[in-house]
Design a protein around this ligand. Structure first.
Ligand code: URA
Length: 434
């Protein structure tokens, strides 16, 4: 087989056979196809797309490029949950322990943040001592003992995706629907849970800017999951403004703990409880959504959800005392309040810009490998549709120094749109694709 043939075939809009896709990924993983030829093929896919069979074949070939955990052979049912990422997205930190507290095992590998969206591992590492890098044996031991494990993404899982993602990043081919779907799903299939819930976000703070694009991505991923025998459901959810009030690692951890206690912001709490209920129904642990929601409520009221978070954090070397007493979480030395510049209703909060401000305070990475400061970030004091008078609190800045806090003042005000007339925020959950 010749790589030039496969590039020209895709350039001309033809579908590659299963054998051709297997060969391409195998050779690229072994470094026998150079990056410049793979980049040309990726650009051809970017323009021409792939049909459902090719997309599924590519995902499976990428999955087979490395280790396969097949956690469902060890515990079953076992669920995985993946969010396409957003600003203030601490949903996994609440959904995973609540689901485990309701009796369903959760096996979660999760990434670090890059750019304006945060990563779940970074939020977990706000806890002193927490260890996200686990060996395969530790991963399985913690899952079987505690019914939950929350680890960083293993480099041995779908290594073809690691190489291809790095190449896409520098060849303007990240934002291809087929390539995003194969990239996410190859890692999920390599972990090998029995059930997967996808949270596909749309809006200013998300990869997919419109609900229509998010739906297309969700449908493609649900289809791949089904073809590979993994029960997959996708919720399409809004990222038109940051989720909840907290943005930044320790601040988001504290907010997730509030959600687990039933004292979190209403919008994100409802989303978390809905996702747990969806997982309980998918796995047959509840006959329908209303029974599932009652189970979730019991796990919140009894404290079983928050206790499960403390348990898994302790199992992974972290200080469970910081979950029991969030005031012990690391805190930034400077807090300053930005106030409303005018009276009116908040008509828009640009989630992407809020994420960038939080990054500039040290809470996120500009490039892979940058250190982050877990203490810094923002706490919004009001959300879309709220009415404020000039001078009332708008955003609390958590910074390392007075001058860093001062430096983001104007950028924060530029994140807001105001209206004289009242404004209503749209629903957080758009639709669910089964
Ligand atoms: N997340 C991934 O894992 N891969 C993509 O291509 C995009 C987002």
């Amino acid at each position: 087989m010749q790589i030039v043939e496969l590039i020209s075939k895709k350039r001309d809009g033809e579908a590659l056979t299963t054998e051709q896709i297997d060969w391409l990924i195998d050779q690229y993983t072994r470094d026998t196809i150079p990056d410049y030829q793979m980049a040309a093929w990726l650009m051809a896919v970017y323009w021409r797309g792939m049909d459902a069979r090719e997309t599924s074949d590519l995902t499976l070939a990428m999955m087979r490029s490395g280790e396969q955990l097949r956690v469902r052979d060890i515990v079953t049912p076992v669920v995985d949950k993946h969010s396409t990422g957003g600003v203030g997205d601490k949903v996994t930190l609440a959904v995973a322990p609540l689901t485990a507290a309701c009796g369903v095992a959760v096996s979660k590998m999760t990434g670090r943040g890059l750019g304006h969206t945060g990563g779940t591992v970074d939020k977990l590492e706000a806890i002193d001592g927490f260890r996200a890098t686990l060996s395969r044996t530790e991963f399985i031991d913690i899952l079987t003992k505690h019914n939950i494990v929350l680890a960083g993404q293993s480099q041995d899982l779908a290594p073809a995706d690691g190489k291809m993602y790095a190449l896409r990043d520098v060849t303007a081919t990240v934002s291809s629907l087929s390539l995003i779907a194969t990239s996410i799903m190859s890692k999920k299939l390599a972990i090998g849970s029995s059930h997967l819930l996808l949270d596909v976000k749309f809006g200013s703070g998300a990869f997919m800017k419109t609900q229509e694009q998010a739906r297309e991505l969700a449908v493609a991923m649900v289809e791949i999951g089904k073809l590979a025998g993994m029960h997959t459901v996708a919720a399409i959810t809004s990222m038109e403004q940051p989720l909840g009030y907290a943005v930044g690692n320790a601040l988001e951890m504290a907010e997730a703990i509030k959600i687990l206690h039933g004292r979190g912001p209403r919008d994100i709490s409802e989303l978390c409880y809905h996702e747990v209920a969806e997982l309980l129904v998918m796995t047959g642990n509840a006959p329908g959504m209303s029974e599932a929601k009652q189970q979730v409520e019991r796990a919140v009221r009894s404290g079983a959800g928050v206790a499960k978070l403390a348990e898994v954090i302790a199992a992974q070397g972290g200080d469970a005392g910081q979950v029991e007493q969030p005031s012990l979480l690391p805190a930034a030395p400077v807090r300053s309040m930005v106030v409303a510049p005018r009276s009116g209703y908040i008509a828009g909060i640009d989630a992407e810009k809020i994420g960038l401000v939080s990054m500039s305070l040290g809470a996120g990475r500009f490039k892979k490998g940058d250190p982050i400061d877990h203490r810094t970030g923002l706490i919004l004091q009001a959300k879309l549709g709220d009415q404020l008078r000039a001078g009332e609190p708008l955003v609390e800045v958590h910074a390392r120094t007075e001058s860093e806090a001062e430096s983001v003042h104007d950028a924060l005000l530029a994140c807001y749109r105001w209206s004289e007339a009242s404004v209503t925020a749209g629903p957080l959950i758009g639709e669910v694709i089964h």
